[in-house]
Design a binder for this molecule. Structure first.
Ligand code: CA
Ligand code: CA
Length: 279
C-alpha cells in the first residue's frame, strides 16, 4: 500500500510535466511487466530513487515521438517504441511498472498521427485472440500447434515462448517431408502498405523452411521472405517485411517440414503494423 501511494503521488507529478510539454498526453499506469521486447527498447536510464527515474524517462519519452511507453523498474527506467501488451511475470523481482497511452484492444497509440491506430497481433496467449488476424489454413497438409514449454523432442524446437507462455510451432514427428502448415489471414485489409514483424525459432538438424507470402484471391502465392535450415537454439526477430495488402489479399505464414523429426519451427508475437516498414 505504501508503494502504491508513492506511485500515485509521482504520477501526479509526471502528469504535470506532460501537460506542460505537450497537449494533454496521458501515460497511464497499465500494469506490471517483466522483460521487454529488446528491439522496442529506445533507452535505459539508471537512478536511485523513483522520483529521479520518472524525471529521466517521462520527459525523454515525451520528446521522442517514437516513444509510446516507459517502464519504471528497480534502479532503472526504460523508454519503449511501438506498442507492447502487458505480460505478468511470476518473479516479483523482475517487475516494472508499464506506463503507456491507453487505446482499446487491437489499437495502439501512434504519436506521429496523434491517434489510436488499428494494429493486428498474435501472441498466442489465448485460444481466441481479439487482435489476431491469423487462422489455420485448410489448403495445406497439417496444422500449427499452440504450445507452452519445450516441444516433445530433444535437440529441436524452443524451450519456452519468446513472450508470455505460449507460441505456435510445427510438430515434425509423424509428418512427411515437405508437408506444409499455413496460417492465413482472416481480415479484409485496407489497400495500403503494412509491415509484418515476428519472432522465429528454427533449431534442429533437419529444419525445413519458414515462408511469408501473400495471395491475391486464388492466384499463386507470392513469397516475400523465407528462411531455411538450422538457425540455432535461439529466438530471432524478423525485423520487418513490407507487404502491399488490400481487401482481397491474404497473408500466409507457412512452415515446411524437413527430412526428420529434428525440424520443429516456432513463431511468436506476430505483429502487422499499419504502415510500410521503416527503411
Ligand atoms: Ca507468446
Ligand atoms: Ca492447416
Amino acid at each position: 500500500m505504501e508503494t502504491f501511494a508513492r506511485v500515485v503521488l509521482i504520477l501526479w507529478g509526471w502528469r504535470g510535466i506532460a501537460r506542460a510539454s505537450s497537449s494533454c498526453l496521458q501515460f497511464e499506469l497499465t500494469g506490471e511487466v517483466s522483460t521487454p521486447d529488446p528491439v522496442q527498447l529506445i533507452a535505459n536510464y539508471s537512478a536511485v530513487s523513483r522520483t529521479e527515474l520518472f524525471g529521466k524517462c517521462a520527459p525523454s519519452c515525451l520528446r521522442d515521438k517514437d516513444c509510446n511507453a516507459f517502464d519504471i523498474c528497480e534502479g532503472e527506467c526504460r523508454t519503449i517504441r511501438g506498442w507492447i501488451p502487458v505480460y505478468e511475470d511470476s518473479n516479483p523481482s523482475n517487475l516494472c511498472e508499464r506506463h503507456q497511452i491507453e487505446c482499446d484492444d487491437e489499437y495502439y497509440y501512434d504519436r506521429r498521427q496523434e491517434m489510436c491506430v488499428l494494429h493486428y497481433y498474435c501472441d498466442f496467449e489465448s485460444v481466441t485472440e481479439a487482435g489476431c488476424f491469423l487462422t489455420e489454413s485448410h489448403q495445406d497438409q497439417f496444422d500449427w500447434s499452440r504450445h507452452t514449454g519445450a516441444t516433445g523432442s530433444v535437440n529441436t524446437g524452443p524451450s519456452s515462448a519468446f513472450l508470455g507462455s505460449y507460441y505456435k510451432y510445427i510438430e515434425t514427428s509423424g509428418n512427411y517431408e515437405n508437408n506444409r502448415a499455413t496460417l492465413q489471414s482472416t481480415v479484409a485489409f485496407e489497400e495500403k502498405m503494412y509491415c509484418l514483424t515476428l519472432y522465429y525459432h528454427m533449431y534442429g538438424s533437419t529444419i525445413g523452411e519458414l515462408i511469408i507470402a501473400t495471395q491475391d484471391g486464388t492466384q499463386t502465392p507470392v513469397n516475400h521472405w523465407s528462411m531455411t535450415g538450422d538457425q540455432g537454439n535461439v529466438w530471432h526477430r524478423l525485423p520487418g517485411v513490407s507487404l502491399s495488402l488490400d481487401p482481397h489479399t491474404k497473408v500466409l505464414i507457412t512452415a515446411v517440414k524437413g527430412s526428420s523429426l529434428y525440424g520443429d519451427i516456432a513463431i511468436d508475437f506476430v505483429e502487422l503494423w499499419p504502415f510500410d516498414c521503416p527503411q
